[in-house]
Write a protein that binds this ligand. Structure first.
Ligand code: HEM
Length: 475
């Protein structure tokens, strides 16, 4: 039964412990990867704790996800769930917007990540994946997490921020990793970006040579880079008025400058700048994590790997990967779902309770922090049979275990704020996976630590060391 909107406070607070004043259970939360699982086993799907001075309620399982993400989303604020550093460094972007403003901006951003736009990014993604695969073939030994990070950052900077100095305005081609100029610029952007992300989890001290000050400078440099790219595109758009043969770059920035909703709303230049910066932040580390878990799982599960290779071999031999083929890989889709379930890159999402509510016989007052735990539903035995097995067939049409409970697969979030870049990330991962399955072999080094570290995004402790080579029959 849904909880009443104005919740009476006669019900008890959720079980759990608030711990010491201010510090609460912060240290256990940060140090013990099983902190929440243990508390859930003890207290159930809703429990309280105190994290960094704030009473916090943890949501675990599909019913709790449905409550927070969908049916009672209006009891929670996204914006106030983020630390102040995020608010300053990521600006007035989608992450920090709520209500009507969020809806309007999401509507305006959506077309750049779906449908026709997505199809138009395909050839760039393929070209970039080809160039990285050739590079890895030469290298033979890889720490794959680091390599995927370069790859996903380059995809993001080329397709989102329009970074392609090899980008020729006359023939609309893009620079690839072979171009030294491109490499230097991507490296520069990556370094400003690293400065920015380092500042997200530090104390916001802006005087002196602090991490936070460097982060603010990184943000300003990235924003001014995006501004220059916007100016270039405005000039091209103006040229198009008199010269219909003028070519426009195929990237998110160009689309956003032209997007208008049914009511004639457009994003302002300031909005486009911060939204683009946010996409760069939200998009590449998460995709890196999931790609790494994908190739690790394939190496660890030879039967799954063989079946996935067989699916690729059903396409005509030697035929280049096409956008149409990408839509016809149901087994690869199942594998991606299983990787999302077992290795969700993001551990959970914070919110601020802005309306008191009752859930499962407990009362939660306004002002508390709320955290929904993504992997709780993924490991729930009611939702998934033998959840610790890596079993992509659980997502086959016959078994469809994700349909047993709504909101049981939430690696990309859910409800009105489900990940905006999900289709973009899936396309990028499928292109890389299909190319790997068709043409390459990789073997995990025996001597490495594969313990999964959850922060800042899930990855094996040693970054996944592999030996990489071309499959012999295509050599
Ligand atoms: C494997 C890759 C990715 C994963 C696992 C992932 C995961 C997530 C999750 C879990 C959320 C919801 C967080 C919450 O409810 O608190 C989210 C939101 C979001 N993601 Fe992703 N993401 C990925 C890739 C991307 C990409 C490529 C982009 C952009 C290009 C992107 C942009 C966003 C944005 C803008 C939001 C906020 C949406 C809103 O508030 O309306 N993500 N993502």
């Amino acid at each position: 039964m849904p909880a009443p909107k104005t919740a009476p406070s006669t019900l008890p607070l959720p079980p759990g412990r608030l711990g010491l004043p201010w510090i609460g259970e912060t240290l256990s939360f940060l140090r013990d990867p099983n902190f929440a699982t243990k508390r859930q086993a003890q207290y159930g799907s809703l429990f309280k704790s105190r994290i960094i001075g704030q009473p916090t309620v943890f949501f675990c399982g599909p019913e709790a996800n449905a409550f927070l993400l969908s049916s009672h989303a209006d009891c929670f604020s996204w914006r106030d769930g983020w630390p102040g550093t995020f608010q300053e460094l990521l600006g007035e972007s989608l992450f920090l917007q709520e209500g009507e403003t969020h809806l309007r901006n999401r509507r305006l951003l959506m077309p750049a990540f779906h449908g026709k736009a997505l199809a138009s990014y395909f050839s760039t993604m393929v070209a970039l994946s080809d160039s990285y695969l050739a590079r890895w073939e030469k290298k033979q030994q890889l720490t794959w997490f680091l390599e995927f990070k370069k790859f996903t950052f380059e995809v993001a900077s080329v397709l989102l921020v329009g970074s392609a100095p090899g980008h020729d305005e006359t023939d609309n081609t893009i620079g690839t990793a072979e171009s030294a100029e491109t490499e230097a610029q991507i490296a520069q952007l990556a370094s400003w970006f690293a400065d920015l992300t380092n500042g997200l989890f530090t104390l916001p001290i802006r005087w002196g040579p602090t991490t936070y000050r460097k982060a603010l400078r990184g943000r300003d440099r990235l924003l001014s880079y995006i501004e220059q790219e916007i100016t270039k595109r405005r000039q091209l758009l103006a040229r198009l008025q008199t010269d219909p043969t003028a070519a426009l770059p195929t990237d998110v920035l160009t689309l956003l400058l032209q997007t208008e909703d049914d009511e004639g709303n457009r994003l302002s230049e300031a909005e486009i700048k911060v939204q683009t910066l946010l996409m760069l932040f939200a998009g590449h580390e998460t995709t890196t994590s999931m790609l790494t878990s994908l190739v690790m799982s394939l190496a660890q599960n030879p039967d799954v790997l063989a079946k996935a290779r067989a699916e690729q071999q059903a396409f005509p031999a030697e035929s280049a990967l096409t956008f149409e083929q990408i839509q016809q890989m149901p087994y690869l889709d199942q594998i991606l779902k299983e990787v999302e379930r077992q290795y969700p890159p993001v551990g959970g999402g914070f919110r601020r309770v802005i309306k008191p509510f009752n859930f499962n016989g407990y009362h939660v007052p306004a002002g508390w922090l709320a955290l929904y735990r993504i992997d709780a539903a993924h490991k729930d035995e009611r939702c998934y049979t033998n959840p610790s097995d890596f079993d992509p067939d659980r997502f086959s049409p016959e078994r469809a275990e994700q349909k047993r409970y709504d909101y049981s697969l939430v690696g990309f979030g859910g409800g009105p704020r489900v990940c905006l870049g999900m289709a973009f990330a899936k396309l990028e991962m499928k292109i890389m996976a299909a190319q790997l399955l068709r043409r390459y072999h990789w073997q995990l080094d025996a001597d490495q630590d594969l313990t999964m570290n959850p922060v800042p995004s899930l990855r094996p402790a040693d970054g996944l060391k592999v030996r990489f080579s071309k499959l012999s029959f295509t050599a």
